[in-house]
Design a protein around this ligand. Structure first.
Ligand code: UDP
Length: 322
């Protein structure tokens, strides 16, 4: 099978590429970014890296035409990006997604769209099943543009599905693992990891009682692969995550324990110090994973402790390589 992965040079895309290459499939990555996360695949005969954009319509058309399956993961993600550059977030996540769907529709190719648990916003009723409400703030607050951009992408997916295109929408819940982000930026793991390596204090926002359901990347990737293969998944939105809820304070303590040698201590900081005043944290983020288990046949297996150990080890060994 020939798989096209837009944004395949990113964290999820690089692990998804590993999975399809391991199955013996051919992978075409289309990405504007660096090859660093897929450089280990460059010698695999079935792996192709196309350093270009989903806004290059001619190129996109050619890649879609020869693909059997498309994963659309190219997007602006990460709080620091969507608060700093809402235009680019909306443009890439809405208009770029339309480009991919339009081309897929022309050739009738299945699209698996990478969406996010952010679409539920701050809905206080957890766990969230896929038909639960989206509860968001005002459009004058940039913080919500990422959630909205992904929700518009989902609407486009369902609109195309109505016109006959096979689409699957996946909503990821705090996936982590090797190659996540650069140290000190991006998501909470890489920020804490950078602090641990430097022996700096671990900046827990608020009182650390906010919770997340951390999902190890190999568990998420199993769900992603099945979303591309299983007929039952077509036309569905599916949460990809675990139901094990962990507070950020517990997460910080566990990282300190597993890292061992660090001099780091926990330091409670205000939200403004980390994100500025326009940000609003989500107090609890918990998926209902019934559809992941029943439609995709995937149950997450890796515990937070095991997954964190693997991830911490990976970041430590990368740091030692320099
Ligand atoms: N967080 C924290 N300290 C930091 C960075 C993040 O306590 O230095 C918290 C953040 O407030 C949030 C959680 O970690 O409650 C997860 O943040 P992340 O950006 O990884 O993902 P989110 O689930 O919020 O999209």
């Amino acid at each position: 099978m020939r798989v096209l992965i837009t944004g395949g040079g990113g964290f999820l895309g690089s692990h998804l590429s590993d999975a399809f290459i391991a199955r013996g499939d051919e992978v075409y990555v289309l990405d504007t970014g660096s090859i660093i996360k897929v450089r280990h695949l460059l010698d695999s005969p079935g792996f192709h890296y196309v350093h270009d954009s989903i806004f290059n319509l001619e190129l996109l058309d050619g890649l879609v035409a020869k693909a059997d399956l498309i994963y659309h993961l190219a997007a602006v993600v990460g709080v620091e990006h969507y608060v700093a550059d809402p235009y680019q977030t909306l443009n890439v996540n809405v208009n770029g997604t339309q480009n991919v769907l339009k081309a897929a529709y022309k050739y009738n190719k299945r699209v698996v769209f990478g969406s996010t648990s952010e679409v539920y916003g701050r809905n206080p009723k957890v766990p969230w099943s896929e038909h639960d409400d989206r509860v968001l703030g005002a459009t004058s607050v940039d913080r919500w543009c990422y959630s909205t951009s992904k929700a518009v992408g989902e609407h486009f997916c369902f609109a195309y599905h109505k016109m006959g295109l096979p689409v699957v929408v996946l909503r990821f819940f705090n996936v982590y693992g090797p190659r996540l982000d650069r140290l000190d930026v991006g998501r909470v793991f890489t920020i804490f990891m950078g602090q641990l390596l430097r022996g700096a204090d671990i900046t827990v926002v608020g009182d650390g009682s906010q919770t997340r359901c951390f999902t190890y990347v190999t568990d998420a990737v199993k769900g992603m692969v099945q979303a591309g293969l299983k007929q039952e998944a077509v036309g569905e939105a599916i949460n990809i995550g675990t139901e094990v809820e962990t507070s950020i304070l517990e997460f910080a303590r566990l990282m300190i324990k597993l890292y061992g040698a660090s001099k780091s201590k926990i330091k409670l900081v205000s939200q403004e110090e980390i994100y500025g005043s326009s940000y609003e944290d989500i107090p609890r983020r918990v998926p209902d994973t019934t559809k992941m288990r029943t439609l995709l046949g995937v149950t997450p297996k890796v515990s937070l402790e095991d997954g964190l150990r693997l991830t911490i080890d990976w970041f430590e060994s990368e740091q030692q390589k320099g």
